[in-house]
Design a binder for this molecule. Structure first.
Ligand code: ARG
Length: 395
């Protein structure tokens, strides 16, 4: 028997292929989390006397081995098995016979997939936060080296007021630090234990203890009532994708600044040649492709967020297979975000400002002059503004 729902009737292969899609590939990353959740579930069943102590020890040992073998590349989920939950239970029954099948008491793949996804999302939150801290530390190195270099501050892409590398870069470190808080808050939505909600309506006739799995898996709380769990599918995912998109938005602005400052017309900064790319036709080119691709990653985040929100939108309560499709935008945006933060950390070490090319003309001090004039002459800012503007116009 391959699938958990097999009732010894043949399955239409085209239907199986379509309904599984690439979910069996996507589920590869959830295997380790489903193993954790399965061990916690089995332990709870043992505590409640719902499976034999002896069976629990066998199940937990076998699950650990199945997880280790998967990590070592000894098995992969196949299409026939549909998902990681089935593949793991198949392996378990292969090792233990009917004792392996006893683990499915009081659970459904509907709460299993949410448990695995939430454990994964909590790890993603920690990972993204760690990568962001690393990027911030590299921007701080640039500030330490070249913070004093002056820069024009722009509004409307027109020179507005004097700025500096320090002021410019600290805008980014401040926002990225805020993004660290954002991603941590987003994973709060994933910090509720769905196990025990089973297909979405609990486990009638069974005296299970949901608090036990909440504690052993390190969730902050138990997701109550059982009917809330399926309504929430996609919400933690959307929160994480939203925060990721915010991060990618900050990185896109940083990349855009670098691309502009690197142009021949600006020449404010240099990018080390080995992180630029060449042109197939123009021998002189050293292109900032890496920053252009960083800039475009935000769009993938936005598209993934819209995709995720629309998949769950307007469904009735309870589980629906539609929800499976959320994994694709979720994983895609997470992977792009982590890769993008990492490449920015690497690339930022390869830029340096060209102080001699950054010349501020006197007009850029006009606001400062108007401020000072207002104080010195005890006149309103508007009057001072007009006086300074007149002087500039007369030039
Ligand atoms: N791959 C499925 C998903 O992500 C797992 C749950 C399947 N449940 C079901 N009743 N068919 O949603």
């Amino acid at each position: 028997m391959k699938r958990l729902w097999d009732k010894d009737l043949p399955v239409d292969n085209l239907i199986l292929k379509y309904t599984v899609g690439n979910d069996f590939h996507l589920d590869e990353r959830l295997v380790e989390y489903d193993i954790q959740a399965s061990i916690a579930h089995a332990s709870m069943l043992k505590e409640k006397g719902l499976i034999k102590k002896d069976d629990y020890h066998k199940i937990s040992k076998a699950l650990k081995k199945i997880g280790k073998d998967h990590k070592n590349g000894e098995w992969k989920i196949d299409l026939e098995q549909e998902d990681c939950h089935t593949a793991i239970e198949n392996h378990l029954t292969k090792y233990l016979g009917s004792a392996g099948g006893s683990i499915h008491l009081g659970r459904s793949r509907n709460d299993q997939v949410l448990a695995a996804l939430r454990l994964y999302l909590k790890d993603v939150g920690d990972n993204v936060a760690k990568e962001l801290e690393l990027l911030i530390s590299k921007i701080n190195v640039l500030i330490k080296k070249q913070g004093e270099v002056q820069l024009p501050g722009y509004t409307h892409t027109q020179r507005g007021m004097p700025s500096s590398v320090k002021l410019w870069a600290e805008g980014y470190t401040s926002e990225l630090s805020d993004d660290v808080i954002g991603i941590k808050l987003a994973t709060n939505r994933a910090d509720k234990n769905p196990l025990g909600s089973a297909a979405g309506y609990g486990t009638p006739g069974l005296n299970i203890d949901r608090e036990l799995t909440t504690k052993s898996l390190g969730f902050k709380s138990t997701h109550e009532p059982v009917t809330a769990v399926q309504i929430s599918r996609g919400k933690a995912e959307a929160s994480v994708i939203f925060e990721i998109t915010i991060i990618l938005g900050d990185l896109a602005k940083l990349a855009s600044d670098i691309i502009l400052f690197y142009s021949d017309e600006f020449s404010f900064l240099d990018i080390k040649k080995n992180i630029t790319t060449g042109s197939s036709i123009m021998p002189q080119k050293n292109n900032p492709d890496v920053f252009e691709l960083v800039r475009s990653a935000e769009s993938i985040g936005i598209a993934s967020l819209v995709e995720t929100l629309s998949i769950s939108s307007k469904l009735i309560s309870g589980y629906h297979r539609d929800l499976q499709r959320i994994k694709m935008p979720l994983f895609r945006s997470i992977d792009i975000a982590i890769d993008t933060i990492k490449i920015m950390t690497h690339s930022i070490e390869n830029i340096s400002f060209n102080e001699k090319n950054i010349i501020l003309n006197p007009d850029i001090y006009a606001t400062e002059q108007a401020n000072k004039l207002a104080l010195e002459k005890n006149i309103s800012f508007r009057e001072a503004y007009k006086m300074v503007a007149k002087k500039i116009d007369e030039k």
